[in-house]
Design a protein around this ligand. Structure first.
Ligand code: SAM
Length: 285
């Protein structure tokens, strides 16, 4: 990186005042963004997908840390001139697509090949972050096209993602994430690190997909039983599973779970087994 001006100057030059409608809270401290960019490890062979680069603080950091290429999707067209300066400063290793990340087919945008080492790194608006995380966890083909996700969340959501059974934070997001891989909180980020500061603290989750816990379970079945079980998390399973189209008593018996147990105390492996038993029971009905 040669002559890029400080981010505050970029924001003034291009009049990039943060807009609430785009969920904009910018990271302007390059030491912090470089630390984030180092979380996934060596990026020299990686194609990085960044959602919501904004004025480009994290984008610069990813390029400075040696990312082979960065593809970014940004919804706010006001940011494009600033990002084009970043691209020029880094030998065009950055490509920016204007659009809504929720609608993007990433393998096409990133021009991925089977051998590509693709990483997702992003400081996202909170609402979009959870939707995208779920989208990336529920891809039909598994292993997925990416090797890791490094994503900023509200701290409370980050804690839900990594929560263990038996805790208050354990829920749908924990089961889904821990079924599909390994998640950890890689860094806590105080509200004061952002411009403007959000109301709550944030944390970065690093997630790496793993082999499926069990090849035979169907995502739709797992989502269904988990949704019902946690829909009324204070109730015992024999009551909370009533909304399913099978008898909760038969299902729990087959899955070897106590009818008086609550969702909070069911492990990820037990949920996977429950989903399999649900499918079997339905097919015999
Ligand atoms: N990455 C920058 C940083 O760390 O300073 C900006 C972070 S800001 C929290 C989120 C960025 O995501 C904004 O630039 C916003 O315009 C963009 N954004 C919001 N919703 C989006 C969406 N659905 N698709 C793509 N970008 C989006």
């Amino acid at each position: 990186m040669s002559e890029l001006p400080p981010l505050r100057e970029v924001i003034n030059t291009y009049d990039l005042r943060a807009k609430k409608s785009f969920g904009q809270n910018f990271l302007l401290d390059l030491n912090l963004t470089r630390k984030i960019a180092r979380i996934p490890g060596d990026l020299s062979e990686s194609i990085v997908y960044e959602v919501g680069p904004g004025p480009g603080g994290l984008t610069r950091a990813l390029l400075m840390e040696g990312a082979k290429r960065v593809f970014a999707a940004e919804m706010d067209e006001r940011c494009l001139p600033a990002l084009s300066d970043v691209s020029a400063a880094f030998d065009d290793r950055l490509t920016v697509q204007l659009g809504d990340a929720l609608e993007i087919d990433e393998p096409t945008l990133l021009r991925l090949e089977p051998s590509s080492d693709a990483r997702i790194v992003a400081n996202l608006p909170y609402n979009v972050g959870t939707l995208l995380f779920i989208k990336w966890l529920t891809l039909d083909s598994w292993k997925p096209w990416y090797k890791s996700l490094t994503l900023m969340f509200q701290q409370e959501v980050a804690e839900r993602i990594v929560a263990s059974p038996g805790t208050k934070a354990y829920g749908r997001l924990s089961v889904l994430a821990q079924w599909r891989g390994r998640a950890r909180i890689a860094m806590k980020v105080p509200a004061a690190a952002f411009t403007p500061p959000p109301k709550v603290a944030s944390a970065i989750v690093h997630f790496e997909p793993s082999e499926p816990l069990d090849m035979d379970v169907e995502l739709g079945d797992l989502e269904k039983v988990v949704e019902k079980a946690f829909g009324q998390r204070r109730k015992m399973l024999r009551a909370s599973l009533k909304g399913l189209d099978v008898s909760p008593t038969d299902l729990l018996e087959r899955a070897e779970l106590e009818p008086t147990q609550r969702a909070e105390n069911v492990s990820v492996a037990q949920f996977v087994n429950l989903a399999k038993c649900y499918r079997k029971l339905k097919s015999t009905n």
